[in-house]
Write a protein that binds this ligand. Structure first.
Ligand code: ADP
Length: 431
């Protein structure tokens, strides 16, 4: 501080001393004139520095800070440091903001900040997508003008956010959103929207599955119950009648048994995410076994051919492959009227091993084909049941194919017949 005052007053003191010297040597007038000239010069210099300062303050920029000397030099250098610090803070804050924006953009949920009167202060890209917003255009707009569904407006106004709101946004009718609102700070609200479309689909599938299984089990159980009640109530049944009732009951229990076995297989395939236990499966030998099973299932009602056009084997799981191939052959037998022809073939297509079963059976209308591998999907329910079907066979085949990175192909034409093929990737071929 002292230093400052010393430097500020130095020109005045030194020129006063010079003026006193002039006065002593000459007279008072030249001394006063000299003093006046020095003061005018000092004032003009300060005025010029002030002008430079005010001009710079109008557009402060680190590159253009004016050069100065004397006491102004110190003031300008302090100013320079202050502006530099300020700019650094600004850069740090911008980087922090960008960091937060990047983090919220990467969030798997839509996020928007609403003020006390439900105006949008900020939203991330997913919230823009969910509600059809535009972060640039819609900032500070009332969200109830943009998301106009009554259920949403009511939820926002009721202000009871203990339970999330589940809704379909107006612009995406294939989306299901779960919306949560959290009050925070000074009457602000954090709106979080989560896409639960997939979750709901899985939940519906689970519910349908439980309903289907219950229904599938109830039918044979009702039949068996009916027979048991009859047997209990009627004492005078003949031996033949009893035998027939027992035969029909055995048929129904077999049906339940098949269903439970298929359910267990499916559950094992769906829950077992470990890679297939690899072994080289002797496919020609496996096909001969399946062919024999087919002959006894068909009981001479069909002509079944076995064509082994490739001597290649397959690396995969024996039990799974036997189950998939057996399922396709049993379907061909069950959906081909007596007298029809069935061809079981093992060959190659462009280096890919292919197992196929071709039949001359009832065929399938095109619109059913994409849904055939859904659990319990059947074209004709009564025919499937009559022939002992569970509606799970093709779902099992598809899972086994997937576990072997293979594709299930279905070609069919109504009343002409079908060809079901499992096309394996070339890397599965083994010698
Ligand atoms: P299911 O136990 O009912 O046979 P699947 O999953 O094996 O169940 O087959 C699903 C449905 O696909 C069957 O109900 C049947 O309508 C149809 N389907 C399967 N294979 C054939 C085939 N070879 N010919 C005609 N329809 C078939």
């Amino acid at each position: 501080m002292l230093d400052y005052w010393f430097r500020a007053s130095l020109p005045v003191i030194s020129s006063t001393l010079v003026a006193l010297l002039i006065w002593a040597i000459f007279s008072v007038i030249p001394a006063l004139l000299f003093m006046l000239a020095v003061l005018l010069f000092l004032m003009a210099r300060h005025a010029w520095q002030l002008f430079k300062l005010s001009r710079w303050l109008a557009r402060p920029d680190l590159q253009t800070i004016p050069a100065a000397s004397g006491i102004w030099d110190e003031a300008f250098s302090l100013l320079y440091k202050m502006v530099k610090r300020h700019q650094q803070t600004k850069l740090d804050l911008a980087a922090e903001l960008q960091h937060i924006e990047l983090a919220t953009s990467a969030m798997p949920d839509g996020v928007a900040i609403l003020n006390a009167v439900n105006r949008i202060e900020w939203c991330n890209p997913l919230a823009e997508h969910h509600f059809g917003l535009n972060a640039q255009r819609d900032i500070m707009q009332d969200i109830t003008y943009l998301v106009r569904q009554p259920v949403f407006i009511e939820y926002l106004h009721e202000a009871n956010f203990s339970e999330p709101l589940v809704m379909t946004p107006a612009r995406h009718d294939d989306l299901r959103l779960s919306i949560k609102i959290i009050n925070y700070g000074d009457n602000k609200k954090l709106l979080i929207s989560r896409d639960i479309t997939q979750l709901e689909r899985i939940e519906t599938m689970r519910r349908d599955f439980v309903a289907n299984v219950s229904h599938e089990l109830r039918t044979p159980l009702t039949v068996v119950n009916g027979f048991v009640e009859n047997l209990q109530d009627m004492d005078d049944l003949s031996h033949a009648q009893i035998s027939r009732a027992l035969f029909l009951m055995a048929e129904q229990t077999r049906r339940m048994d098949n269903l439970v076995a298929d359910l267990l297989t499916l559950s094992r395939l769906e829950n077992d995410h470990t890679p297939v236990r690899e072994e080289v499966v002797d496919i020609p030998a496996l096909l001969r076994t399946i062919y024999q099973d087919g002959l006894s299932l068909s009981a001479d009602k069909h002509t079944i051919h076995l064509e082994i056009a490739s001597e290649k084997n397959l690396s995969g799981n024996y039990d799974d492959l036997r189950s998939a191939f057996g399922n396709l052959l049993s379907n061909a037998i069950r959906y081909t009227p007596a007298g029809g022809e069935i061809l079981v073939r093992w060959g190659e297509r462009d280096g890919q091993p292919v197992f196929s079963v071709q039949d001359s059976g009832i065929g399938i209308a095109q619109h059913h084909i994409p849904r055939l591998t859904e659990r319990f999907y059947r074209v004709d329910r009564s025919r499937s049941r009559e022939t002992g079907g569970t509606g799970l066979g093709l779902a099992i085949v598809k899972h086994i194919a997937l576990r072997h990175q293979a594709k299930l192909e279905i070609l069919s034409s109504e009343n002409k017949g079908s060809t079901f093929s499992i096309v394996f990737p070339p890397k599965r071929a083994a010698n």
